[in-house]
Design a protein around this ligand. Sequence first.
Ligand SMILES: Nc1ncnc2c1ncn2[C@@H]1O[C@H](COP(=O)(O)OP(=O)(O)O)[C@@H](O)[C@H]1O
Ligand SMILES: [Mg+2]
Length: 253
Amino acid sequence: MSSVSVKVNSLSSKPYIDILCYPSSDRKVATQRVEELLQLGVSEVIFEGKTKIGRLGLLGKGCVSLAVKAKMNNKILALKIRRTDANRPSMHREAGLHRIANQVDVGPKLHNVSDNFILLDLVIEDGIVDWIRNLKGLGSTARLRNVIQEVLSQAYKLDQAGLDHGELSNLTKHVFVGDKVTIIDFETASQNRRVSNVTSCVQNIFIGGPQASKVRRFLRLKNVEPIIDSIKKYKAERSVKIFESLLLDLKLI
Ligand SMILES: Nc1ncnc2c1ncn2[C@@H]1O[C@H](COP(=O)(O)OP(=O)(O)O)[C@@H](O)[C@H]1O
Ligand SMILES: [Mg+2]
């Protein structure tokens, strides 16, 4: 895999400027962003990853940010770079919502934030949909059960905290599975909506998502109707007791 380490000072020149200021390449913006990165304590950016812009590798690309690896205090972290065409004036709102998630032990740890950047713990796991797709062999069902239980327990913590993630209806890009389970991206999160973290995850994992039939087969859930009923019950009362009976209905405990 190709990997290019670049000192922060060099990011304002080609081809790196195309990522620093994506999708533009404005010199003035770049100079100001380099200064901002230095103030955050970022020393280098490492272009490595499956997503490519030109020949450079990235961790990923969203509507608001690009994510790259970066070095801060000799630690490799994930750096979210605000796109210059983003419909957000800064990263501060996202960081505030991300901190609320961190308070209930959800999301990669947030290290630092500035107007145009957020530094987070690096997540190098597979997306949950690929993880389920690749799942096979001895102990698969037990592993699947553990992972789904962990996703739902994190979703429940967010529900309890009153923070709606907003994009858990599409898990592929936002739930990662490795040694642990990590939910990322609080950019579209809100404290002013009815929370639907648990219900969106259940709906996606068991009913609507690309691997739903595999999940139901592994957990021996014959019909979707009882699952829909359990979701409805949880929607009506998000208590621990009802949450546990949901886990029971889904044959997770
Ligand atoms: N902490 C992280 N570690 C590793 N990859 C990340 C991290 N945060 C984001 N990414 C990658 O970057 C992509 C875009 O990030 P995301 O937070 O979804 O941005 P946006 O706010 O623009 O939607 C993600 O789908 C993921 O692949
Ligand atoms: Mg996203």
